[in-house]
Design a protein around this ligand. Structure first.
Ligand SMILES: CC(C)(COP(=O)(O)OP(=O)(O)OC[C@H]1O[C@@H](n2cnc3c(N)ncnc32)[C@H](O)[C@@H]1OP(=O)(O)O)[C@@H](O)C(=O)NCCC(=O)NCCS
Length: 143
């Protein structure tokens, strides 16, 4: 546990619904594809990927630290509105980077909306910078 009282641990299967509710309250532009099945699939594939921050046993933050064996990607950085500016995001990012380092990852990246200035400040403070020489190309795999 950090000196701010934040404890970072892996998310549990029995709190999937709580995490989904938490994202509706705290996360950026919650994805329309969110589902309990999707979170369960993530946990079963990689039980440590969903990182949860708690203070006094209460869920106050999340970060998905995805390691696919090749690259390290961060998603769903979210902190409860009542617990912001107390280092929770920073503690989650530090924990994710420590996890990536154990795998030998050389770089970590985050998906951040261009308009989310708040997030830009948090990521900048953690040492991240916007990549300007490439952008995400996407195609839906659903008909
Ligand atoms: C962005 C977010 C995760 C930051 O969480 P947080 O726990 O408040 O961040 P921290 O307390 O760890 O802040 C770390 C640093 O980020 C910067 N920062 C964070 N919030 C900031 C704000 N509102 N204004 C200016 N700088 C800010 C500061 O440099 C801060 O350090 P400091 O408090 O010592 O000045 C939180 O505001 C949030 O959940 N926002 C909604 C969801 C979201 O946008 N997530 C990002 C998706 S990419």
């Amino acid at each position: 546990m950090s000196d701010t009282g934040v404890r970072i641990r892996a998310g549990r299967l029995d709190e999937i619904e709580a995490v989904l509710e938490f994202w509706l309250l705290a996360a950026e532009n919650t994805d329309r594809h969110d589902s309990a099945e999707g979170v369960r699939r993530l946990m079963e594939r990689d039980p440590e990927a969903l990182m949860v921050a708690e203070i006094d046993g209460r869920l106050v933050g999340t970060l998905i630290a995805g390691w696919d064996g090749w690259r390290a990607h961060l998603y769903r950085l979210a902190v409860h509105p009542g617990h912001r500016r107390r280092g929770v995001a920073r503690a989650l990012i530090d924990a994710a980077e420590a996890r990536f380092a154990r795998f030998g990852a050389v770089r970590s990246d985050a998906m951040v909306l261009d308009a989310n200035v708040l997030a830009h400040q948090a990521w900048t403070a953690a040492g991240y910078g916007r990549q300007t020489d490439c952008s995400r190309w996407v195609r839906s795999l659903r008909s």
